[in-house]
Design a protein around this ligand. Structure first.
Ligand code: ADP
Ligand code: MG
Length: 602
């Protein structure tokens, strides 16, 4: 009939309610809210069909609050919910939406709570009562709850109340409330029993059904990550770093406040990010989109409305930082990527309690959403090192370096420094702004947290048995006889130290007395081996497998090597001994190094 409702102030709600919503940061009414609120304000009964997470609470709570007479201390609104958790949750929502209505009082009542306490609270009076059917019935029978002044009755999650066997109680309550009341019934599904109740007790209800979403685009790869709110930011930055085809992203959050906060945090971490929300002028919004197009910005943190219809082909990723409140919003959001025939990525953060929403989205879009596995700190560091190597290789190949060779020769003379050390110092300088290593914050790796692993690292340094051995090993490191290597097999592959020794001994013919300490971590291990393993042995051990897992043996990074000893490896740059530098860029092996006895394989 009229233009679609895009803002809460287009609804005829009292100023204190609008002020509370502005403070909470809701930007636009969800579809069920836009459909229900005007009807309820106009006094109609409602029969609403909508899934969880669509914003039903505000759909009935806002118009209910609008009609409350604060001067009257008796219950004017009653909400029935199937469980005590929901009763508490709905009561809390009322409290939030009424935060600017001074003197407002809402009371949750449910079984299991002390009767004495409840009676006292009821005596004190409340404008809104939210309760489970059984307990509400009890109080009505005891006459401790007087519903003579009731104007609005809400049945929330009616199908759930039916399923839990409360439907008779619900009908009994309906029969014991004033017939002049307004009634709203919400249900995710509409089984016959619920329809019957609706026909019997609702007056010409307006039927409102929020339809499921349309199909999604198949060129968009959809993934989800199970992650608690507190860890979302770390997970996001990890994803931004490791996604191979990353170009630009739109990150969706639920509130205007969150757009500002998150954009600021990303900026502080060095990303070219900005927010996009309904509070910004049209002109400002257009500028943000323009900057995203011309690559001044790479990340836009937006609410649903503000991002509606954005068409920027370079958007490679849509991140659902806060889960959308319905599948339709989800489909709209992810449609911001995979544009102009390109492929796109949609990543959905799912908090532990939002699992049902994930399944609902999968059902509605008829597409499975795969689980995203966050790469570990080690994997990120490896990736950074690989990129760095590539950069160095490119410079070696394409740049004229004579001038710089002179500079290095100068340093070499003046400080009597080894070329390796100079190169390492330069590498250090080059990565200062974007470190190659992941700082070990002492906190557990976000990858483990996301994988549901315990937040406390379970790996502890093995207790040292004997001091003499430690000192000997330290000397071995210092003199370059021993080095710590990394292999890509760990606890999660069910590998044991015995398996690892077995594979190394058998495949490379290294006697076990040359194999030192082995430390198992979640997805990799470290093992002490002679520092001067010949290249062909290393090659064999790269391909050797333990538990079907290629070992991919390589020198451990200082961080990996230092982890089990609680300090960096000697010299802070890995245990490799100094070796003469050759012009071609290769390394010469010191003569007389380790030569493993070749054993025929059994
Ligand atoms: P339902 O009852 O349909 O399952 P809720 O009322 O519990 O849904 O709302 C789900 C979540 O969405 C809540 O966290 C709520 O704060 C949030 N929410 C509801 N309406 C809006 C809105 N208009 N804008 C942003 N967030 C909203
Ligand atoms: Mg609800």
């Amino acid at each position: 009939m009229t233009a679609p409702i895009e803002r809460f102030d287009q609804l005829d709600l009292q100023a204190p309610i609008l002020a509370a919503l502005a403070e909470i940061g809701y930007e636009t009414p969800s579809p069920i809210q836009a459909a229900c609120i005007p009807q309820l304000l106009a006094g109609h009964d409602i029969l609403g069909e909508a899934q969880t997470g669509t914003g039903k609470t505000a759909a009935f709570a806002l118009p209910a609050l609008d009609g409350i007479d604060l001067a009257q201390r008796n219950p004017q609104v009653l909400v029935l919910t199937p469980t005590r958790e929901l009763a508490i949750q709905v009561a809390e929502a009322f409290q939030r939406y009424a935060s600017k209505m001074s003197g407002f009082h809402v009371l949750p009542i449910y079984g299991g709570q002390s009767m004495v306490v409840q009676l006292r609270q009821l005596q004190r009076g409340a404008h809104v009562v939210v309760g489970t059917p059984g307990r509400v019935m009890d109080h009505l029978e005891r006459k401790s709850l007087n519903l003579d002044g009731l104007t609005t009755l809400v049945l929330d999650e009616a199908d759930e109340m039916l399923r839990m066997g409360f439907i008779d109680d619900v009908e009994w309550i309906l029969e014991h409330t004033p017939t002049t009341r307004q009634t709203a019934l919400f249900s995710a599904t509409m089984p016959d029993a619920i329809r019957r109740v609706a026909h019997r007790y609702l007056r010409e209800p307006k039927e409102i059904k929020i339809k499921a979403a349309t199909a999604t685009v198949s060129t968009i790869r959809q993934r989800f990550l199970q992650i608690a709110g507190a860890h979302k930011l770390d997970a996001l930055t990890r994803i931004l770093e490791v996604e191979d085809d990353f170009d630009a992203a739109i990150v969706f959050v639920r509130t205007k406040t969150a757009t500002v906060e998150l954009a600021e945090k990303l900026e502080a971490r060095g990303y070219a990010a900005a927010c996009l929300n309904g509070d910004m002028t049209q002109q400002l919004r257009e500028r943000v989109i323009e900057q995203l197009k011309n690559e001044t910005l790479d990340i836009v943190v937006a609410t649903d409305v503000a991002a509606r219809g954005i068409d920027v082909p370079r958007v490679s990723h849509v991140i659902n930082y806060d889960i959308p409140y319905d599948t339709e919003a989800y489909v709209h959001r992810i449609g911001r990527t995979g544009r102009a025939g390109r492929s796109g990525n949609a990543i959905l953060f799912v908090a532990p309690r939002e699992n049902h929403l994930l399944r609902q989205i999968e059902r509605a879009t008829r597409q499975p959403i795969e689980a995203l596995k966050l790469p570990s700190r080690e994997a990120v560091a490896d990736k950074r090192v690989a990129a760095f190597r590539q950069q160095v290789a490119e410079v070696l190949e394409s740049e004229e370096l004579d001038f710089f060779l002179d500079v290095i020769a100068g340093i070499e003379d003046k400080h009597d420094a080894d070329v390796h050390q100079i190169a390492a110092a330069l590498a250090f300088l080059a990565q200062k702004d974007r470190p190659l290593q992941m700082p070990d914050t002492g906190k557990p790796d976000i990858a483990q947290i996301a994988a549901g692993k315990p937040e406390r690292p379970t790996e502890r340094p093995a207790p040292r048995d004997n001091r003499g051995q430690i000192l000997e090993r330290r000397r071995d490191y210092a003199e370059g006889r021993l080095a710590r290597y990394r292999i890509d097999v760990g606890r999660e592959h069910m590998a044991s130290p015995k398996d690892i020794v077995g594979a190394i001994a058998n495949e490379a013919g290294i006697e076990s007395r040359f194999i030192g300490q082995i430390n198992l971590f979640e997805d990799y291990s470290t093992v002490e081996l002679p520092a001067d393993l010949p290249a062909d042995v290393i090659q064999i051990l790269r391909r050797a497998r333990v538990r079907q897992q290629p070992l991919n043996l390589r020198l451990a990074s200082p961080e990996e090597a230092g982890r089990e000893r609680g300090r960096p490896a000697p010299g802070g740059r890995g245990p490799a001994p100094k070796k003469p530098f050759r012009k071609e860029g290769g390394f010469e092996r010191p003569a007389g190094g380790f030569k493993p006895p070749r054993k025929p394989k059994p």
